[in-house]
Design a protein around this ligand. Sequence first.
Ligand code: ADP
Ligand code: G6P
Length: 479
Amino acid sequence: MGTDAGDGYEFVVVANRLPVDEVTDGDGPHRWERSPGGLVSALQPVVRQMRGAWVGWTGSAGEAPDPFDIDGMHLRPVPLSAEDVDLYYEGQSNATIWPLFHDLVEQPTHRRDWRRAYEAVNRRFARAAAEVAAPNATVWVHDYQLLLVPAMLRELRPDVRIGFFLHIPFPPVELFMQLPRRRELLQGLLGADLVGFQGALAAQNFLRLTRLLLELGPKDDRVEVDGRTVVARAFPISIDVAEVDQLAADPAVQQRARQLRTELGGDRRLLLGVDRLDYTKGIEQRLEAHHDLLADGEISNDDVVLVQVATPSRQRIAQYQQLRERVERAVGRTNGEFGDVGRAPVHYLFQSFGRAELVALYLAADVMLVTPLRDGMNLVAKEFVAARRDEQGALVLSEFTGAAAELDDAFLINAHDTDDIKRGILEALNAESRDLTARMHQMREQIRAYDIDYWARDFLEVLGVSGAHEAEQAETAQP
Ligand code: ADP
Ligand code: G6P
């Protein structure tokens, strides 16, 4: 699937964010940095391989830069004004849809002006996609910020094939029913030819809603709309296993992992958390379990250290600011109660790291803590497994992540139950090396078989772009 910039691109991804964020330090020149989150981690290798175009926002309010090429991808920035950021991104996307789709972990707010802005910005994305797509192109729209785009794009460009993938959970029917203008959202998605979800239950919820709200007649995994067939199915997303594997094999990364362990206190066992600072991730529950284990005397500051890396995220939204305060208070409390001079039980890093440093952390860890209250997939869990070529290290994993369906050899826990998180951590710390190897071996087989390439090929083949991927691979292989 080559590209022809003259007539547009044959493969176009549309997502709220571009894979890079524009960063300006003071008056200095601007630069591009990888943007946060699992969507970008997962999609970047796919778009690069397909030499496609990516329509999205730069992460900064104001005018958008001109389209540009980077890393084998054509980027088409969509502008968001400060007001759009406020109403569409921080409002409707992240204070209405995000909490509601994550089982009301926080209370959503419903506002008419947010919905209006959401619709206007979705239309802008649809127009931008219509402009860059070649005749009969494949356009792949992503995630909860752009639920209306498929129908809007179909109106503008009935010739293109449209796929949609939701990276986060799709809520149970009763919760979806709480959304104002819920029919429009469903109709928006039904503009696609294929709607993909992280799990089978999500696809079923969606199809049931087409019956309940639109009186359509879904059958098996499809539904007829205006003489077209829309397919809804699960495509659990994965990671670029080869990228992580390569980093994990790099002697410099391995050396860095050893250095991290020494700096954290020689033979202390290392518990690790790596998340965006988001209330869905169960960071507070994890910190509470760790605190209680210290308080009960089940672990001690001499033997165990916790490193929690939290990427700054959505920092202007009140619920995220409050979460940060609570997390920082909890870290301070544990360190105050159980720390020694020069030796803290919790190292909290409110920072973003490069890929190599993350992989070094994964390699250094004895126990990886992934404890979301709700998560569509959770790529950190898969990255940790991909990094452990030594088949050591334990994964404590919340049952409420999409990843738990595939990584059932992890130490599975109920993240809503602190006692169960404690149990999981203790089991992981006390497990025999042989047991850890057996579990890690199984999990590695799983993610190697279903990596990001498999995921993309699977989705695109069902969308009817069969052969496209192979053609692209052949093209890439040419000198
Ligand atoms: P979400 O998409 O909700 O953020 P995921 O676990 O699916 O959660 O994906 C998170 C992605 O962001 C992973 O690829 C992970 O490596 C990356 N990431 C998480 N924390 C950091 C960090 N502190 N620095 C750099 N990358 C991070
Ligand atoms: C999750 C969402 C993505 C989002 C990412 C980062 O992965 O599924 O759509 O891009 O979080 O969040 P942000 O609001 O910074 O884009």
